[in-house]
Design a protein around this ligand. Structure first.
Ligand code: RIB
Length: 334
């Protein structure tokens, strides 16, 4: 059974492009669309068996377990999942786990009792026994965002390590001479990969010190507290890479409280690309994840698994992009 990756390879495009053609979302030029459709025909790829009324579905519902719906990143992820599910004839049951394992297990049991057709996890507390049990229950599973690659399920995430390096290099290019990093919870692969990316660039400079890396817990208040700690350790710091936008927004507020000008005195770059970054003052530079597309792709992969019983377990890492705004418009003062 051909997979979405086989179609992308034959057409010579990315998996995200195939997903856009399948879901008719986002711009794809006609020449590319024709290549994708030709490849689907050649491979007899069937993206949406719902139209054939395959018996594979039990209830036409899929579960989506998110770790923190108060963080704007996750509703945008859910939007991508829900739009694809709707177009494919599925409804979505949304669960908020608060990053708590016991609550997540409870949701898995509730969802199984509702005979859902598959689950998308956007959290990180899955343990081996959960995975084995879901395999025994023949429950299709896709893990989204916070997952290291795993042979038991497909993973969709963005290039966190490369994105972190992009952020630090940007701060250096605009003239920062000492860059700190506010990092998220290190039990999360996304936070860990971003810290690794920061270190991979910073370690080559004489100013680097581990004391420039401070926890902010992926929260606004965590970012505010982290800049207080940072300035007590390094009053001469002039660049901050925050591992997500909420910490960057908290850092911005903390610096303003101390009368420190952004970007003149300290430039700030975030990570995620949530819409709040556009209305911050100054507007926040960030490394944007393809949040909506990640949700779309995860839903497409899960629905294909549900309808074809394909046991593929693949890792999809999507590109990120730097969106430069006022918080890093620093005059290069050499
Ligand atoms: O802002 C929430 C963070 O948790 C995001 O960076 C996302 O990648 C998730 O891991």
């Amino acid at each position: 059974m051909a997979t979405i990756r086989d179609v992308a390879k034959l057409a010579g495009v990315s998996v995200a492009t195939v997903s856009r053609v399948l879901n008719k979302n986002g711009y794809v030029n006609s020449e590319t669309e024709q290549k994708v459709r030709k490849a689907m025909q050649q491979l007899q790829y069937e993206p949406n068996a719902v139209a054939r009324g395959l018996a594979g579905k039990r209830t036409g519902t899929i579960g989506l377990i998110l770790p923190d719906i108060s963080n704007p990143f996750f509703p945008e992820l859910a939007r991508g999942v829900e739009d694809v599910a709707q177009r494919s004839g599925f409804t979505v049951i949304l669960c908020n786990s608060d990053d708590q394992g016991p609550k997540e297990k409870l949701y898995i049991e509730v969802l199984k009792k509702k005979y859902i057709d598959g689950i998308i996890f956007a959290s990180n507390t899955l343990v081996q026994e959960d995975i084995e049990q879901m395999k025994r229950d023949n429950l299709p599973l896709v893990v989204l965002d916070r997952a290291s690659s795993h042979e038991a399920y497909s993973v969709v995430r963005s290039k966190n390590f490369e994105g972190a390096k992009m952020a630090v290099k940007h701060l250096l290019e605009i003239g920062c001479s000492k860059v700190a990093h506010l990092y998220g919870p290190q039990e999360l692969i996304t936070a860990k990969d971003r810290l690794r990316g920061y270190e991979d660039v910073a370690k080559h400079f004489g100013w680097f010190s581990p004391s420039l890396m401070i926890p902010g817990y992926f929260r606004i208040d965590g970012g505010m507290a982290a800049v207080e700690e940072l300035l007590s350790r390094h009053p001469d710091v002039d660049g901050i890479f925050a591992g997500n936008d909420l910490m960057a927004l908290g850092a911005l507020k903390g610096l303003k409280r101390r009368g420190i000008k952004v970007p003149e005195q300290i430039a700030i770059c975030g990570f995620d690309g949530i819409s709040l970054t556009e209305i911050a003052e100054p507007e926040l530079t960030t490394v944007a994840q393809p949040i909506y597309e990640m949700g779309e792709l995860a839903a497409s992969i899960l629905i294909q698994k549900i309808e074809t019983a394909a046991a593929v377990s693949e890792l999809f890492e999507l590109d990120v992009k730097l969106i430069q705004r006022d918080s890093t418009q620093k005059k290069v003062m050499r």
